[in-house]
Write a protein that binds this ligand. Structure first.
Ligand code: FAD
Length: 553
């Protein structure tokens, strides 16, 4: 229902994903309490979604699947610290991409060959991290830094592997099984990387920005004990943030000027604030860039959004009545014939593929699911991932089981009883899975993140460099983009800029509209209830609860 909200908020956070929730907690913790979170969907957590599906391994109760993020990668980050402190960390870790590597004729590839090819790839990637940086290609020309050449990660790895093959096996001919198997394994590694980087093809990934991502030390596969969604609901939202979030409120437009923002949601409601912190995915920002902000974002931020990569990943969960695999099953990885290699290297242009016939040929494998007795998970990347989202689930399930029967050479694998397929790519509030540093970003000087992270500022009679639009989200984490902990860190870092700004202007609210409501800061402070400390929570997250947060009916 259309309504105009009379409250003048200090900050409106757009999006209740991990980044938006982290930002809101940080604002409240620092005394910025007149805030509102507008969330498009009906739940918090964004790209976190845990569903009941399958059966828990040793009980006959429902199992859980993570349709979005599953792991916290690394332990030396605040997000993992909160996971541990809140007792939400699972005692078990899990894995992906393990088990036997099998060809469509049922042949298992020798472990030595798997280790050789995947070891080569790992080393080549490590060398990239040590060798290339954006400064390697950008040269000073007429006072501007420009890129001299533009090689992608995909091209670099592909060329490198062909050179390795020529040097190590000069007598092996293309078409011989030893040659083709190695190329097939390399293709598996590239498909895996394509999913890991959420890109359409590895040729879209910047070689020169690869080293910007830093692997966080510690366990790489930290699971959530009760599912990631429970952690979000119980710990990040908890009792405290709950009353600040307005669900089912997709933002349509953010009008901004030197006195603040007016945010209009799709139902026509409008909300005013001094400043807004926008945490929508880069996919959402890219496709709404022309309509979302009035006036448009400054070119610096707009260009950085356009030049940040954001692509598709799809998870397919298949459930069987009973597992047909053994209890020590680690997974099965598919070594597709070499003919399909060109998709991941970008040699077959998008649109030239007949996805209807071929979408399943980039499934990298089938992995077991933690604490889930009768479910296997398959991953897809690239255009195939988008295509799978629009297919009926029975077609997906049938095609997957045909693939399994072909590779495992067993006609006895039963049909799955149900399938769940993620839909991040076709969902208008996500438009993809996660960000990557794209070759398009090679034209931006230095750290691509700082262009995204710089607040859009205005000046008025009372304030200079007032942040009016601040972006946040996983893509704005310089070294942990694409992850949960990166999203969390970006929410904290970007909201801290607002806290710092508010602190530097000792009066909390200076806008004329706000002054009409609260003539003194004391009045504003009076509107805040005393600190509420949740017994089960670390005291550092204790925050004042704002009263009378009004929401439109
Ligand atoms: C399939 C998949 C698997 C993944 N696996 C992992 C993993 O194992 N480990 C890991 O670390 N990371 C993983 N990730 C990435 C991780 O999920 C994200 O990096 C992180 O959740 C992003 O959080 P965010 O707050 O930046 O963005 P989001 O979660 O996208 O939050 C943004 C919020 O904004 C809302 N929104 C969008 N448009 C509007 C609008 N117009 N108005 C109001 N609200 C709007 C959205 O609904 C959403 O709630 C995975 C992602 C996917 C898709």
């Amino acid at each position: 229902m259309e309504s105009t909200n009379e409250e003048f908020y200090q900050v409106i956070v757009v999006g209740a994903g991990v980044s938006g929730l982290a930002a809101a907690r940080n604002l409240l913790k620092n005394g910025v309490t007149n805030i509102l979170i507008l969330e498009a969907t009906s739940k918090p957590g964004g790209r976190v979604e845990t569903l009941k599906f399958g059966k828990a391994s040793d009980r006959n109760e429902a199992g859980l699947i993570e349709v979005g993020a599953q792991w916290i990668h690394g332990e030396q980050n605040e997000f993992c610290q909160i996971l541990k402190a809140s007792n939400h960390r699972h005692s078990k870790t899990s894995w992906e991409g393990k088990g036997d590597f099998i060809c469509p004729n049922g042949m298992k590839v020798e472990d030595d060959m798997v280790d050789e090819v995947l070891g080569w790839l790992e080393e080549a990637i490590e060398k990239v991290e040590a060798t290339f940086s954006i400064e390697t290609i950008q040269k000073e020309k007429n006072g501007e830094r420009i890129s001299e050449e533009n090689m992608s990660m995909g091209e670099h790895l592909h060329e490198g592997f062909l050179a390795y093959m020529a040097e190590s096996y000069p007598d092996l001919m293309e078409g011989s099984s030893d040659y083709d198997l190695r190329m097939g394994l390399f293709q598996w590694g590239m498909s895996f990387q394509r999913i890991d980087n959420s890109c359409n093809k590895m040729n879209d990934v910047s070689l020169y920005r690869w080293s910007e991502f830093e692997v966080n030390p510690g366990e790489h596969y930290n699971n959530f004990r009760k599912g990631a969604q429970s952690f979000v609901n119980e710990v990040l939202v908890g009792d405290i943030l709950h009353s600040f979030i307005l669900y089912n409120s997709p933002v349509k437009n953010i009008a901004w000027n030197d006195s603040g923002v007016i945010i209009t949601t799709k139902d026509g409601s409008s909300f005013s604030a001094q400043t807004t912190l926008v945490t929508c995915s880069i996919g959402v920002l890219k496709s709404n860039l022309d309509s979302f902000f009035t006036p448009s974002l400054p070119e610096k931020q707009a260009k950085a959004i356009r030049c940040t990569g954001f692509g598709p990943v799809t998870k397919i969960f298949l459930e069987w009545t009973n597992p047909w695999w053994s209890p020590d099953f680690k997974g099965v990885q598919l070594v597709w014939p070499k003919e399909y290699i060109d998709c991941c290297n970008g040699k077959i242009a998008q649109g030239e593929q007949n996805l209807e016939q071929t979408w399943h040929k980039t499934i990298t494998g089938f992995d077991p699911v933690l604490d889930n007795h009768n479910v296997l998970l398959a991953w897809l990347g690239g255009p195939e991932a988008v295509h799978a989202e629009i297919l009926p689930k029975d077609i997906i399930a049938n095609r997957c089981v045909e693939v399994l029967r072909d590779f495992i050479r067993s006609k006895n694998i039963p049909n799955p009883v149900s399938a769940t397929v993620s839909t991040w790519n076709t969902n208008e509030y996500f438009q993809g899975a996660y960000s990557f540093r794209s070759t398009e970003g090679d034209v931006i000087t230095g750290d691509i993140c700082s262009a995204l992270c710089d607040p859009v500022t205005t000046n008025n009679l009372h304030e200079t460099n007032k942040p009016v639009i601040v972006l946040a989200g996983e893509a704005l984490s310089k070294s942990h983009y694409s992850t949960l902990h990166g999203a969390y860190e970006s929410g904290i870092a970007q909201s801290s800029k607002l806290v710092q700004y508010f602190n530097s202007y000792s009066s909390l609210i200076k806008s004329p509209i706000a002054r009409a409501k609260f003539s003194t800061n004391e009045q504003l402070k009076d509107s805040i209830q005393p600190f509420s400390i949740r017994a089960d929570e670390d005291a550092k997250f204790a925050v004042p609860i704002a009263k009378n947060i009004r929401v439109p009916s």
